[in-house]
Design a protein around this ligand. Structure first.
Ligand SMILES: *[C@@H]1O[C@H](CO)[C@@H](O)[C@H](O)[C@H]1NC(C)=O
Length: 389
């Protein structure tokens, strides 16, 4: 009996011990589970915090990018302003005339010139009462940069039209037409323009637009001036320029065999022939019939010439100077013999990019429309009376 009691006690003891172990293990497991869930929670929290951090970083990086962009735009703006100030300074310098050492050349040129001038004293009957000449360049405005290094742009030079025409390059058959100068200035490239295809190709930069007519130079063998009516899209007239043995008129713009100019008196042709190879010749044309009214051999050399224009019957030829980025009116020829090279003002064009491939004078605005290495520039001129020298 006693032995049984001992056995039962032992068994109970063993069972109790077992139970305690199980309880212990359960507590441990619970504790481990607790901890795991804590870790899990923490990991999730870390993960979400990391995500938040990443998002913050991304948005900050974006902000930085934006700031960088703004900074760059600002810098660009500053660059442009510095550019403009430089141009203005340069222009002021032009105004105040740091005078160059070209005087020796001038004397030489003048000596040769008087000889030619003596031979060429035809009387020209003026068509208008204009009697002004350039006194200075008051301002310049760089309007745009479209197209290639060489080309021509001009307004329709009649008083009533405000349209602007772009002859890009030196050998094409289309021109771009803008309704106004403002349209041209704000157009993205040629986007606001109308492209006009001409009946044949044009050569060089010597064209003119007057009263809805394009006068363009076409050259196969002889030089032909084609007068094309843009309103009716038809050729009004076409005249072979009756001069043999042409040579390009400007030494520095060899693509231009002949240059047309409009002034207060009408239409002029600036050209050169092999007979008077070293100098530029000038002809007055009748804009309606395209007949040549009179011709002059001028004293102005072709060598180093970039472009020329006529104001009030006076031819002004612009030359490249020894100073880089500078060009200068260095020869004038007045069909009325009122302005000589000695009277001619010393006029520099402000700092430029390359060489002027064309300079077109508008008598109603007294502006020069210039094409300079793909830039379209306006020069505002100041005039004075021819006799007030
Ligand atoms: C202008 O002409 C140049 C070549 O001189 C050409 O490369 C360019 O595409 C032309 N641009 C337009 C707008 O016609």
């Amino acid at each position: 009996m006693r032995g049984l009691v001992v056995l039962v006690t032992l068994t109970c003891f063993a069972t109790a011990q077992h139970q305690a172990l199980i309880d212990y293990l359960e507590r441990r497991l619970l504790a481990i589970e607790d901890r795991i869930s804590l870790w899990h929670e923490q990991t999730t929290r870390y993960a979400s915090e990391l995500r938040e951090l990443k998002q913050q970083m991304v948005s900050q990086l974006e902000n930085l990018d934006k700031e960088k962009e703004a900074l760059r735009t600002n810098l660009d703006g500053v660059g442009t302003r510095v550019d403009r100030v430089e141009r203005e300074l340069d222009y002021l310098e032009t105004q105040n005339g740091a005078q160059p050492c070209v005087d020796v050349d001038d004397k030489l040129i003048e000596q040769q010139v008087t000889l030619v001038q003596e031979k060429q004293k035809a009387k020209y009957s003026k068509l208008s009462d204009c009697s002004h000449m350039i006194s200075n360049i008051k301002a310049m405005k760089i309007l745009k940069r479209v197209g290639g290094p060489k080309g021509m742009w001009t307004k329709d030079m009649s008083k009533t039209s405000g349209k602007v025409y772009i002859f890009n390059g030196t050998d094409e058959d289309s021109v771009y037409e803008f309704a106004t100068v403002q349209d041209f200035a704000r157009s993205l490239g040629m986007s606001l323009s109308k492209s006009l295809k001409l009946p044949s190709s044009w050569k060089g930069t010597g064209h003119a637009v007057y009263d809805n007519h394009v006068y363009y130079i076409n050259q196969v063998q002889d030089i032909t001036v084609v007068k094309y009516d843009m309103k009716s899209s038809s050729i009004t007239d076409s005249a072979v320029f009756p001069v043999q043995d042409h040579v390009p008129v400007y030494g520095l713009t060899p693509e231009t065999v002949m240059d047309l100019a409009v002034d207060e008196e009408g239409l002029w042709a600036i050209y050169a022939t092999r007979q008077n190879e070293r100098h530029i010749s000038l002809a007055k044309l009748d804009a309606n019939s395209m007949d040549i009214e009179q011709v002059w051999d001028t004293n102005c050399p072709r060598e180093n010439a970039e472009a020329a224009f006529v104001i009030c019957g006076t031819l002004y030829v612009v030359y490249n100077t020894a100073q880089p980025g500078r060009s200068r009116i260095q020869c004038v020829f007045d069909v009325n013999d009122m302005v000589t090279n000695e009277d001619a003002p010393l006029i520099y064009f402000p700092k430029r990019y390359g060489a002027h491939s064309s300079l077109k004078y508008n008598p109603h605005e007294q502006l020069l429309y210039a094409w300079d290495d793909g830039y379209q520039i306006l020069y505002k001129l100041v005039m004075k009376k021819k006799l007030e020298i």
